[in-house]
Each structure stands twice: as C-alpha cells, then as structure tokens.
Design a protein around this ligand. Structure first.
Ligand code: BGC
Length: 415
C-alpha cells in the first residue's frame, strides 16, 4: 500500500470514528427505482447517514440496468464519472479493462474480503488481481412467484416439472385467470429464457450454450424445444404485456390478477413492500425442472477512479457495503441473499433462507451458473445479441426453427 493511499484511508476512518462528516457526498448511479428496490436502497442510505457519509442520488429507471449503463457511458465520456455505480458481471470487467475503476485492494485486504466472498463473485469483483467492485448481494433468476390464494382456489400444487407447469397454466387459463404476469421488455424475456433453457436442457446444456457459446448447443434441437416453451409462455400472458415494467407484472400476482411470474428474486422485494408474507400470501419456488440449479447475478458497486487513489468516501462506501450486518439488513428487504458466506440466515424469511441454502448447495455441487440475462455469462455484446433473438421470437417475428438459426449467427457475429 502506498503511503498516500494509507494516509487517505486512515483519514477517512478517523473522520468516521470521530463522527465527523466526510468532505464530499458519494454520488451513486443505480437502477433501483421500484417500490421494493427503493426500500432496499433506503437501508443503504440510512446506513451511510449514521456514519455521516453524504449521498447524492443518481437513479436511472429501467430493470436490468441497460438504461443505467447507457447513462454511465455518456457521463464517463463527458469526463464526469459518478463516484460509485451499481454494476453487473461482465460490465465490471469491461470498465476495469478500460482502466476506469479504482483499485480497492487496500480496503479489501484490511477487511479480509478474499476469505468471505465466494469465488463465483470474485471472478467479477476482481480484475487482474485487483478488487474493483464491492458485491452487495446475490440474486438469482430461476424463480417463480405465485399468488397462493389463486393457486388454492384452482386446486393447483407447486409445479415440479415443465409438464406440471403446463397443466397449471392451462387450468388457470380455463378458469379465466391470466396464468402468467409478464412485462414484454427484452431483459424480462431473457430472464425467463435463462430458466427455460436450464429446465429444457439441464446444467451441461446451459453451460455449453450460454457460458461456452458452443454453436452446436445454440443451434440444437434442445434449443428449438426451449423456444417452443417460450411460445407456450407467450400464449399465456395477457394482451397488455408489451413494454410493461417488471414490478407492474409482480403487482398483478400480488393483486391476484395473475397466477405466476417468472422473475429474479428482486420480485420478492415487491411482495414484502406490499406487506405480503411468503408461504401465506405468496409462494416462491424454483422454475420447474431447475430445482438443483441456480442462475445467479450479483449487484456490485464499482468505484470510478477519481484521480489515481480511492477517495475517502469511496473507501467508506465500500466498507459500509461489505459489513455483515448491513448485508443482512439490506438483502432481507431486497429479496437477494448476502454476497458474503459468513452472514447468518436468522433475519431472512423462508424464501431468503431457501435462496441462501440453494446458493450454497448449487455452488458445492457445480450447479451455480452466471445468468445470461443479467450479464454474468457473457459480455454485453453477446448478451444483447441473444436478447434480440429471444425478443423477436417472443413477439412472433421468428418461429422456433428460425430463432435457433438466428441465435447461432447472432452470437457468432457478436464475439
Ligand atoms: C438487478 C437487481 C434489480 C433488477 C430489476 C437486476 O439486474 O440485479 O438488483 O432489482 O435488475 O431492476
């Protein structure tokens, strides 16, 4: 650690322990704008307030963070990078490769991050041996959220297999209930596709197609079957699905207007924010056929280099994010699970406890995979190429046969 860096970090810690305010606010760019997300963000803001760390909010609405990343690029190009940015997987690596991110190694070493952050996350938090981001959580995309009263009223048990799911959906449709709440936005279509591909082909197939980008897997009969399953899902959403925000789709399940939503566990934040109780009002279960697998994404805060050293505010923010008690308090509200392995599950509800247990089990059995839809399988260029094909198929532009061919070509061109 250089003398100057040591001095800066120590100065920050002295200021904090003395209860003094830091000179500058942290400006945080993020996309947590739904009710549940804002509630979780307030846990972070509140935590920083108690430490006299000022907060300048830079929200950019848009689930999955595509719009936030566009705004970020414009800010950096204009020479006005925010202090800290919510970021996913390969985007962190891309910005680090550009030399834009501050090196957090001193804070990480002082606090022992290496020992408590799982390797699957470190793969994205570190670039070239340097910590460049602080992970705040682990989400996963292969979940289904259901309205319990709607399922009970229609005699539907939690579906275990794709065939069970088809039967449940058909029952709801026959009863005049919208079976599936969905928002027709590319990232939401892709979020469902993560789970459908895993369920259709299994973990080896998911890895071959989305992690290894093997053209034989991308162009296979199994992939065609996955697209056919997407067509079934498309046939069972309501007619106003196009462009709908994900949290409005969650609200349809909360209000009993729809039976199921396939969405990452940020959806749980919406149920909790509406005062709903897991097991009582709503059910959380793994997408049928993916009970042993987890397709994950992790929100991390990357600190933009403000001139060679980590600023006192950035160091303080990173420390706050990585504190075990904060990771518990935040993730209980957000719907995600802690990014550290040493946080107890006591404060978590049943869905959170299941999320933590599933993550540990999938990691131990080699069934933990990065989410394609949320930037943990490939860089943005490939992710966006897959999005385009999945969405075009979902909206009827391609039949499944054509979609498979387009997928192979699009992925090849994007690499
Ligand atoms: C993020 C979540 C967020 C969700 C919807 C995901 O990419 O990881 O934190 O809640 O997008 O906005």
């Amino acid at each position: 650690m250089s003398f100057l860096k040591t001095l800066k970090i120590s100065a920050a810690l002295v200021a904090l322990s003395a209860g003094g305010a830091l000179a500058n606010d942290v400006e945080v760019l993020h996309w947590w704008t739904s009710g549940g997300e804002a509630a979780a963000l307030n846990v972070l803001k509140g935590d920083l307030e108690t430490q006299s760390i000022g907060w300048q909010d830079m929200p950019v609405a848009g689930g999955g963070g595509e719009q936030a990343m566009t705004v970020l690029r414009a800010r950096v190009t204009a020479g006005n990078a925010p202090t800290a940015v919510q970021m996913l997987g390969f985007d962190i690596q891309d910005w680090a490769a550009e030399g834009a991110l501050a090196n957090l190694n001193d804070v990480a070493a002082a606090e022992g991050w290496d020992a408590v952050v799982p390797a699957a996350l470190q793969r994205f938090s570190k670039y070239d041996g340097a910590w460049v981001a602080a992970p705040v959580n682990v989400h996963s995309t292969n979940w289904v959220w259901a309205n319990k009263a709607v399922l009970d009223a229609n005699g539907i048990a939690v579906p275990e297999t794709w065939d069970d799911f088809v039967a449940a959906v058909e029952k709801l449709a026959a009863a005049g209930v919208t079976p599936i709440a969905h928002g027709g936005q590319a990232w939401q279509d892709a979020t469902i596709f993560d789970a459908v591909v895993m369920s259709t082909g299994g973990p080896d197939f998911y890895k071959a197609a989305f992690i290894d980008l093997d053209p034989a897997a991308l162009g296979s009969e199994t992939m065609k079957e996955a697209f056919d399953r997407m067509s079934f899902i498309r046939a069972n959403v309501d007619s106003n699905f196009s462009g709908r925000d994900w949290n409005l789709a969650t609200a349809m399940v909360i209000n009993g207007e729809a039976g199921f939503q396939m969405m990452g566990d940020w959806a749980k934040g919406e149920f909790l924010n509406a005062g709903k109780v897991p097991g009582q009002d709503f059910l959380c279960f793994r997408f049928p056929g993916t009970q042993d697998q987890v397709t994950f994404n992790s929100d991390q805060f990357a600190m933009f280099d403000q001139g060679g050293v980590v600023s006192a505010e950035q160091a303080a923010l990173a420390t706050a994010i990585m504190s075990p008690s904060f990771q518990s308090a935040f993730n209980v509200v957000k719907g995600s699970v802690p990014a550290r392995t040493d946080v107890p599950n006591d404060a978590f509800d049943d869905c959170g406890k299941k999320g933590m247990a599933d993550l540990a089990a999938a990691s131990a059995s080699g069934n933990l995979f990065g989410s394609m839809a949320h930037g943990h399988a490939n860089p943005a260029s490939v992710k966006n190429a897959i999005y385009d094909v999945v969405t075009a198929h979902f909206n009827g532009e391609y039949d499944s046969e054509t979609a498979v061919q387009e997928l192979v070509t699009a992925v090849e061109i994007a690499q």
